[in-house]
Design a protein around this ligand. Structure first.
Ligand code: SF4
Length: 69
């Protein structure tokens, strides 16, 4: 899994931090999203998916890596 965030879209609601604090943070000045990690471990994938779904402005993109053959 690979995560990107769009800080220009972010509204600073903090939902992502509530759902996956190990992965998301907010800056101290504007409260906009910061990524703590871009490739979370498997046990954090579900909370990250939830955070992306619940972001009110769609600022979180999650790309699942293709399975190697
Ligand atoms: S949930 Fe979305 S809008 Fe809210 S802080 Fe996170 S990225 Fe920004």
């Amino acid at each position: 899994m690979h995560i990107t965030v769009n800080r220009e879209l972010c509204a600073g609601s903090g939902n992502c931090v509530v759902n996956a604090p190990e992965v998301f943070d907010q800056d101290d000045t504007e409260g906009l999203v910061l990524l703590r990690v871009t490739q979370p471990p498997a046990d954090l994938e579900q909370p990250v998916e939830l955070a992306a779904q619940l972001c009110p402005v769609g600022a979180i993109d999650v790309v699942r890596e293709a399975i190697a053959r």
